[in-house]
Design a protein around this ligand. Structure first.
Ligand code: FES
Ligand SMILES: [Fe+2]
Length: 352
């Protein structure tokens, strides 16, 4: 699969992505090498409560990018996201959380402070030009929205541009910054399908009536809206009791779902060409008010989505499958995603 992909800008005429984008090994590799290193990703929810002086190792997109990182909090409260790879000979600096700094590499003892600055190393101290700039741990950018902190190894877009349109969609008096992370309601799922199929499914409300009968009974189908954002899609679901749910997706794999009770984040992580992890992060507006309404039984909705997406995965792998069409007014978000993905793919083909 090396050819350019043309998705007509007119949703009424366009045909969808070729099947190679749904589980092909070459597209999977391309996405991990070219797309995901530039994509903003939320830090694990627990990092929010990291105590001063603590450093915690984590991997960005484990099984996919597998980038070893550290989150550290300085005693003055400053948060850092650093490489977890020692700048001497590449040992992983930390395997487990530590509660004191400096960090000390267990291979030959190189020391770093909580901001990643190399402080020294036995047998090297006093050497001219040591430590030099290249001896400090590479630091990744950190940005916040609401209760979430995001990072990216090599951002393709500045953070504000990436999220543009989201803040404007929220009620003006809403401030989710202090909402409470609920680890017990933040499960991780795995699904036997390409990450692109999972995103496609998220980006249309057309299937709700067919796949989610329980959710469908709560939502006013005629009031469902889809809005295209510069780097995302916003869907608005209105419950029959008047509550609205905002479903924001940001290219390529972050979903911010805002309900009356709080925020549910889904991070869609490619594991293999046809296997995907979906990581939930749940933040409650008020810990005494559990999820209810359209975002109440998210586990049921998730399992219903998995079943249908896994079925579609088996279908698109068929030698008889041809590029599909879009339902105007309902699948404009899917079309928007495909146009973005094709543009990135084509830009890389043009580069040669
Ligand atoms: S690899 Fe860390 S000190 Fe040598
Ligand atoms: Fe669904």
């Amino acid at each position: 699969m090396d050819e350019f992909v043309d998705i007509d800008p007119n949703v009424r005429k366009a045909r969808g992505l070729p099947a190679a984008f749904y589980g092909g090994a070459a597209v999977h590799t391309w996405a991990l090498e070219r797309l995901f290193p530039g994509a903003w990703q939320p830090l694990p929810g627990e990092c929010r409560d990291l105590a001063p002086g603590t450093a915690r190792p984590w991997r960005l997109l484990p099984g996919g990018l597998d980038e070893p990182l550290l989150v550290t909090r300085e005693s003055d409260g400053g948060l850092h996201c650093l490489s977890n790879v020692c700048t001497h000979r590449g040992a992983l600096l930390l395997e487990d959380e530590v509660r004191s700094t400096p960090l000390r590499c267990r291979y030959h003892g190189r020391r770093f402070d909580a901001a990643g600055r190399c402080l020294g190393m036995p047998q090297m101290d006093g050497q001219p030009d040591f430590p030099a700039d290249g001896d400090h741990l590479p630091a990744l950018p950190l940005e916040t929205w609401g209760p979430l902190t995001f990072t990216a190894p090599d951002p393709a877009l500045d953070f504000a541009s990436w999220l543009s349109g989201w803040a404007d969609a929220l009620p003006p008096d809403l401030d989710p910054t202090g909402w409470h992370y609920d680890a017990s309601r933040s499960p991780t799922y795995e699904v036997d399908a390409a990450w692109t199929l999972y995103v496609d499914n998220y980006l249309e409300g057309l299937h709700i009536a067919h796949v989610h009968p329980e959710l469908s009974r709560l939502l006013d189908r005629d009031a469902y809206e889809t809005h295209l954002l510069p780097h995302g899609v916003l869907q608005v679901g209105t419950a029959k009791d008047g509550d609205t749910a905002l479903y924001g997706w940001f290219f390529p794999n972050v979903m911010l779902n805002l309900y009356a009770w709080g925020l549910s984040v889904n991070v869609v992580e490619p594991l293999a060409p046809r296997r995907t992890r979906v990581r939930y992060l749940t933040f409650l507006r008020d810990p005494a008010t559990p999820p209810s309404g359209p975002g109440g039984d998210l586990d049921l909705v998730e399992r219903q989505d998995h079943a249908i997406v896994e079925s579609a995965q088996r279908g698109v792998a068929s030698r008889l499958y041809r590029r599909g069409t879009y339902v105007p007014g309902w699948e404009d978000g899917v079309h928007h995603f495909h146009r973005m993905l094709a543009a990135r793919w084509n830009a890389d083909r043009a580069r040669g």
